[in-house]
Ligand binder design. Sequence first.
Ligand code: ADP
Ligand code: MG
Length: 252
Amino acid sequence: MLDQIVKAPLIDIRQVGRSFPKPSGKDVVVLENVDLTIKEGEIVGLLGRSGSGKSTLLRIIAGLISPSAGQAQCRGAAIQGPPLGVSMVFQSFALFPWLTVLQNVELGLEAKGVDRAERRKLALAAIDLIGLDGFENAFPRELSGGMRQRVGFARALVVHPDLLLMDEPFSALDVLTAETLRTDMIDLWMEGRLPMKSVLIVTHNIEEAVLMCDRILVFSSNPGRVAQELKVNLSHPRNRLDPVFRQLVDNI
Ligand code: ADP
Ligand code: MG
């Protein structure tokens, strides 16, 4: 059994399908025969058209919904509810409006059974890391979109996740705010200060995917399926042209 846990990949998605009932009565098939494995330490990007089922796949991995076919496993065990060590940054922030920044972030630790004092300490550290020092007692409605998503990041990172799922984390923000937050996150990442081990990020930004990921999965639509896998080639001349990319290569 222990052997199985050690050898099992962090995430193993096999032949997963998901359909939703339509008002007309017939089911709509959103995902079909999806295969995906994530090993600990991997940074994986997911690209695909709107409506192709990317968020649905992330929700399955996060244990928020179950597949209608196939198997979704985390460390060799079927995903039934949110797996320990997996957290998610949502496109639309998904903060609780009646809780303060600190309470929203502490919530990330609830399932882990961390005691109160330790919860507070970890939450304040995550808030500080993500640039929200001084806003601990603010409510989400008092914050800008960029700051709200910083809370989303803090809540997901506070658990020091084995896997961080990010569902188009910058796409609900205006261009400038998105760029600031993206740059801040990449800087923290490059400095080794983001406490997650592996990442699955959904993005429409190809540059972002190339910059951050070890491999990129391309999703097809109707129904959603992993159609192609690209290994990021660090020596590709187009990649070398990008100044941020050069900085990344310098850091390797
Ligand atoms: P993406 O994230 O790639 O844009 P989604 O996973 O959000 O795609 O959605 C894929 C399709 O599944 C869409 O057509 C959407 O309307 C449908 N869908 C997603 N969630 C539900 C749901 N809970 N009930 C019915 N249909 C849904
Ligand atoms: Mg989506």
